[in-house]
Design a protein around this ligand. Structure first.
Ligand code: TYD
Ligand code: MG
Length: 455
């Protein structure tokens, strides 16, 4: 930009897209009316966070670098440790995103409590609640060790100073959108402020080898920058999600430099904070109707863990010209495709029927291994024929009605056995890899038609 000109740019508050002029719709994330003018910060030095220790770094061979068990802190919340890839990595920056009120502050306060009980020095910085309000929340959760220190502060300079002075092992910043640096003129929560705050915290984490959690609210309005703006800067991104009206919450890894992103953690919000759900299958199946048509249990893999889930379908005669199709918790187009397969390959006249498919419990499932379950539930409801209560089905369905193989079949069957199911319908190609398990009958099917004949 020409010298002497005012260097202000426009940022999309949703995804951080940068533009020299205002635009109605963001080309990056297609959101409307999210651009806000901000003045640009010019960095005096382009120092990388990893080398900010001040010493000159020498190249090292991998053999010279030693790893210790100690480099991962256990939070003593199995669900969280697994999502993090086996514990909290020292010197890492973790973003916990989620809708307001979903339980981010509660989760992190509980993490702080566990770490402090392990004699770790923990600093919880809140820019949203007063010390008294945090105390009220803490009282619901339980007793806290004195190693946990609370700080109500929103100025980055003051937070940086406190961290350098007290050198804690773990820091929680609740939330990044309330933090600000005075030298930047834009308001707290704007893209410039959020980015600046994150880069300061990143330098602190790498430089001092401390683990930092950042809370980021997901916002619908463009007034506060969303967590997506900083996803690329941090090491790990976790999203905390769930239906606000249901009590369970799911912690999902979206990015993880130190582990897999497939894992999920399941929690339940109770009156005394979040409780881990160590056996989500049992939780998901509670309340399953005993003898109703259109209901079947399937097994979906969430990372390394099999999870049993109930699929419900309701098919009824349509009173309109165009039948209604609706799905909750699963892909709408996938269900439409399966219904088309059922029409063509099984000759069912679903064309004048409304069809609704629901994954019970409010969880979202993307895995194609639930296809067969969906198809069977739809047919069961259409023919008003019950499916055996003790049966589960897994398999991907192809366009010619064939049932295709799925991964980790043994783990799925074992989970079904554990929860008392006695029959397992699986793709016939998977039969070879199945070792016999006592108490459960495994049936291999080649096509949807074969599976439907079992009803
Ligand atoms: P909170 O952690 O404040 O959400 P966030 O930080 O993501 O905005 O969670 C607030 C909700 O959790 C609130 O609706 C009350 C509920 N809650 C419980 O049900 N039980 C509890 O023990 C606590 C502390 C909160
Ligand atoms: Mg909060």
């Amino acid at each position: 930009m020409a010298k002497g000109k005012n260097t202000s740019v426009f940022f999309c508050q949703e995804c951080g897209y940068e533009s020299s002029k205002w635009m109605g719709q963001c080309p990056g994330c297609r959101q409307w009316n999210t651009f806000v003018e901000e003045s640009v910060v010019t960095r005096t030095q382009g120092k990388s966070a990893v080398t900010s220790g001040g010493t000159k770094n020498k190249p090292a061979s991998l053999m010279e670098i030693s790893l210790e068990e100690e480099d991962r802190l256990k939070t003593h919340m199995q669900e969280l440790d697994r999502v993090l890839g086996g514990g909290l990595v020292k010197g890492s920056l973790t973003l916990v995103g989620g809708d307001p009120g979903i339980g981010k502050s509660t989760l992190l306060l509980q993490v702080c409590r566990n770490l402090a009980a392990d004699d770790r020095k923990v600093l919880y910085v809140s820019g949203e609640e007063s010390l008294k309000q945090i105390k009220i929340r803490a009282n619901r959760i339980g007793d806290f060790s004195e190693h946990l220190k609370l700080l109500c502060e929103t100025s980055l300079e003051a937070i940086e100073e406190t961290i350098r002075r007290t050198s804690p092992d773990v820091v929680v910043i609740d939330s990044i959108q309330t933090m600000y640096r005075e030298s930047i003129s834009s308001a707290p929560g704007s893209v410039s402020q959020v980015r600046e705050a994150t880069s300061v915290l990143l330098q602190l984490a790498k430089g001092l080898n401390i683990s930092i959690f950042i809370v980021g609210h997901v916002t619908k309005e463009g007034t506060v920058a969303g967590p997506r703006v900083l996803e690329h800067m941090v090491d790990t991104v976790l999203y905390f999600e769930g239906d606000r009206h249901a009590s369970y919450r799911i912690l999902r890894g979206v990015k993880n430099r130190f582990g897999s992103t497939n894992e999920i953690g399941v929690f339940e919000m109770e009156t005394s904070g979040l409780k881990e759900v160590l056996n989500p299958s049992e939780f998901m199946l509670s309340g399953k109707p005993e003898d109703a048509s259109g209901s079947i249990v399937v097994c979906s893999m969430e990372g390394t863990r099999p999870m049993l889930i109930e699929i419900q379908a309701l098919v009824c005669h349509s009173s309109f010209g165009i039948p209604r199709r609706q799905t909750i918790g699963t892909d709408f187009n996938r269900v439409n495709l399966l219904i088309a397969v059922l029409e063509k390959r099984l000759g069912l006249s679903l064309g004048n029927c409304d069809a609704y498919v629901n994954i019970a419990g409010g969880i979202k499932i993307q895995e194609p291994a639930v296809d067969l379950g969906i198809a069977m539930a739809v047919v069961s409801s259409f023919k008003n024929r019950m499916i055996d209560n003790k049966m589960i089905a897994v398999g991907e369905v192809g366009l010619s009605g064939e049932v295709r193989g799925v991964s980790m079949i043994q783990a799925r069957i074992q989970e079904a056995r554990k929860l008392g199911f006695t029959t397992c319908v699986i793709p016939s190609v998977c039969m070879e890899s199945v070792k016999e398990i006592e108490g459960i009958k495994v049936i291999g099917v080649k096509s949807v038609k074969e599976a439907i004949n079992l009803l």
